[in-house]
Write a protein that binds this ligand. Sequence first.
Ligand code: GLU
Length: 352
Amino acid sequence: MKKIVLLFLVSFAVLQIQAQDKITKTSPRIMILATGGTIAGSGESSTKSAYTAGKVPIDDLLNAVPQIHNYGKITGEQVASIGSQDMNVVTWLKLSNRINQIFKENLADAIVLTHGTDTQEETAYFLKLTVMYDKPVVIVGSMRPSTAMSQDGNRNLLDAVMVAASPRSQGKGVIVAMNEKIFDPRDVTKSSSTNLETFLSRNFGPIGLIYDGKVSYYYQSLRNSSKKFDVSKLTTLPQVEIVYGYADASPLTVTCLSNSPIKGLVYDGMGNGNFNEPVGKALAEASKKGILVCRSNRTGSGRTTLENEVDDAGLGFVVADDLSAQKARILLMLSLTETSDKIKIQQNFFEY
Ligand code: GLU
């Protein structure tokens, strides 16, 4: 009996060594870039919602989920420590340049980016359009801070590492992994300010699912993912602002912006991107002054289509297609770094 137990123990030890050997030889190098957000948030109480975002440093974040080391050689780097409401163009450029450098110098096989959820979708779309490589960049966050009861950050981080390590994620480029779902950056949006199940793609759904350690993909966006904007030499982007549409809106905001040095304006209109007469006149004036006016819509799904109730060609407007206003702003800022040709920019909205 003793011999059998000994034999069992020895074989178990050999299997363990072989398994570990396999991890060290074949496991991907995954770099975790931290920017802050609730996933690095810390609060006084485990049951109250008040907390400060971006407080927990990367090492503590990684130490809290030791299981991530089963999926690859993990390293961490703190890029920022902010609530993502403070995300800005300068940090986007910094992130994009750092990710391009990591892949160019072959420092990692995949990246996991921890991020606040407020502007996660915007960072994801910006990186999708500016990261030159198609290696996995998995953006993750959480809705509850690390100190909360039933917090979601640890599980989301482990899932994101699994997605980054999965051979199925090869060639997927920038993606968002939240709450057991995987999304394409151009389609994903935060849909609830407080609920755990907040990320969704209203028009098309998630592209994949994560469950029980398994990563499965079901769909892929056909929007051109090979088009990349080179931001490596930029320190800023052309300024584009967003104006919200509503019943009885006055033209004041558009008129003020027309007299400012902005280069583009996204008008987030009612229904199919509609405006009332005074706002329409102000937008036409802005367009005449050389400001690129793009119509999006505030409904949260569907598309903003050309030439339905609005004479886009006559007024010199372009439409955002199915992009939300905040993502249309990103594509417009990036497009304006290459051209001010309206036909070309409209084409960008139909292709990217
Ligand atoms: N406002 C914070 C942020 O976006 C907290 C939201 C979150 O991460 O869930 O970073």
